[in-house]
Structure formats: C-alpha cells, structure tokens
Write a protein that binds this ligand. Structure first.
Ligand code: PAF
Length: 292
C-alpha cells in the first residue's frame, strides 16, 4: 500500500496506473475507519478498480468547533486496516495541502434547496465545506467510481449534484452503498465511540422507530405523517435522547417533505444522545411494506 501526502505525487502515481488501463475507485473519509468505511473499500476492490482512500479531517465542514476537536483520530489503526483490506493507495494530505490559500474566501457552491433542508438547515455551512473538499479531492484523485455510504443520505445527494454540475475528466460514477449496522440495528458511525454501552442501547430507538413506521404502513393504518413524526420524536426522547434536530419524511430525490405515504420516501433522522449527534435514515418502498 502506497501513502501519498501531496496531490502531485498522488497524481503522478495515478497517471501511471491509468497508462496501464486501470480504473480508479475512490473512498473519501475523515479517518476513524469502521466497518462502514471498510465495506466501501471492499466494494471498490470488487469493482476491479485500483482503490484510493483519502483520510482528511476537513475543518471547513464542522459548523461546531468542539465537534472538530473531538473528532476521533486513529491513523495508525486506519492504515493497518486499509492495508489488510488490500487498499492500494492512501492520500493523507495536510490542511496546507488542501487549503493552500487558507480557509477564508472559499468558493460557494449553488446547492439550492439541498442546503436549506434538514442537515443543511441544522448545520449551516456544512455542505459548502463538504463540497469544497470533495471537489478538491476529486480533482486530485480523478476517480472513475466514487463510493459513498448512504447513511449520509443528504451528503450523497449533495455530491451527486456536485458531480452533475461540474465537469470531471474522466466522468465520475457515484455509487451509494448501503448503511452498515451493528447486529442490534445501530448504524455504524465514527461518533459511536463516544457513546457508553447504555447510550448505544438507547440509541437503538432510531432503528426501532423505522420498524414502527414499517409496521404501521404494512397494516395500512390510517395515520398521518405529522402523527408518525411526532410519535417517533417522543419515542426518541422517552428512550433517553437529549433532543431531536429533525425527523423528516422526504422525497428521496429532492429531499422535499412528502405529503403522500403511498410513494417511495425516505425517513431522515438527526438526534443528540449524550451530547453526540447521530444521523440515520431508512428508505421505504412498497416492496418493503409488503414484506412486513
Ligand atoms: O463523509 C465524510 O466522511 C466526509 O464528509 C467526506 C465525504 C470525507 C468529506 O470530508
């Protein structure tokens, strides 16, 4: 496994791979790698691509400086795991490498409603920071395929928007991969390490909330979206969550709130437990309702 700290050395090596007709698969991360990230590396490897993983804790996407400070850093362990998984290239840039002109006066990305809704509303500036860094990483790596986890549902939509609106050579195919969960149902996240065992159990209320919605829909219960949202929020608070940022029933393409439960929709959740902000989501299609 080769490790690069500068864009130039990385690009030279990638050009060499391309000259041998290799395709490039890219998994951008902020480190503290867990099974979710490793599943993306596996997917990239399975595609036959040379796999590049970047590890960079991007300061401009943290709207809360304390969250940035507390973000777990496990670089040695991350590198060992990547090596074991057969990742070929790791990009480990410094802040100066990614922000040579500093972090003020960064380009603005027109994201429209995507940054006004849900995560966008609750984390002002977050998606601008994500776009700046992902754009720069994509220009450095120039991948054929980009692998991202669908736990960050809105982030995937934002990056899809970025790819569609800026030209990349070669063109990039974005593959959104399923959320990896613990056996209990808890979505795996780098932030879970900050939860106690008790809080992890309480956090299962999110997953259970999805099940309750599924059961209500399978029974064709006459229940409104507003009631489902209110009940879900109360279940989280009863389970021990400190507060709920949002529970949203949304169109999976536009992320706009839906009014009709008979179409495919996604339920997006963000809530705090023990001072840790967890996000999760579940897609609801009619096939799912039938299986309950
Ligand atoms: O999902 C993440 O880990 C980050 O938002 C990303 C895509 C690596 C950009 O910093």
């Amino acid at each position: 496994m080769k490790i690069f700290e500068t864009k130039l050395t990385l690009q030279d090596f990638i050009d060499e791979c391309r000259s041998k007709n290799a395709s490039i698969g890219f998994v951008p991360t902020m480190g503290a790698l867990h099974e979710g990230h490793m599943s993306l590396i596996k997917k990239s490897k399975e595609s036959g691509a040379i796999t590049v993983c970047s590890i960079f804790v991007n300061p401009t996407q943290f709207n809360d400086p304390k969250d940035f400070e507390k973000y777990p850093k496990t670089i040695q362990e991350d590198l060992e795991n990547l090596e074991k998984a057969g990742c070929e290239l790791v990009f480990l840039p410094s802040v100066a490498e990614m922000y040579p002109q500093g972090m003020n006066q960064l380009p603005q990305y027109p994201l429209g409603r995507l940054e006004e809704l849900w995560e966008g509303a609750h984390r002002p500036g977050h998606f601008q920071g994500v776009c700046v860094i992902v754009h720069r990483l994509l220009e450095a790596v120039r991948p054929d395929i980009l692998f991202m986890g669908s736990k960050d549902f809105q982030q995937v939509a934002v990056i899809q928007h970025l790819i569609a609106n800026y030209s990349f050579e070669p063109p990039i195919k974005l593959i959104s991969c399923e959320t990896i969960r613990e056996a209990s149902g808890l979505a795996i996240s780098s932030r879970n390490v900050r939860l106690s065992e008790e809080q992890k159990k309480q956090a299962l209320a999110i997953y259970q909330g999805f099940d309750i919605i599924r059961t209500a829909l399978a029974k064709q219960a006459q229940v409104s979206i507003a009631t489902l949202e209110k009940n879900f929020e109360q279940q989280l608070l009863d389970a021990g969550f400190d507060s709920v940022d949002y529970i949203a029933f949304a169109d999976p393409n536009t992320l706009e709130p839906i009014t009709d439960l008979s179409l495919t929709f996604v339920v997006l959740v963000a809530a705090f437990i023990g001072g840790v902000r967890l996000i999760d989501n579940q897609l609801f299609t009619h096939e799912l309702f039938k299986r309950v």
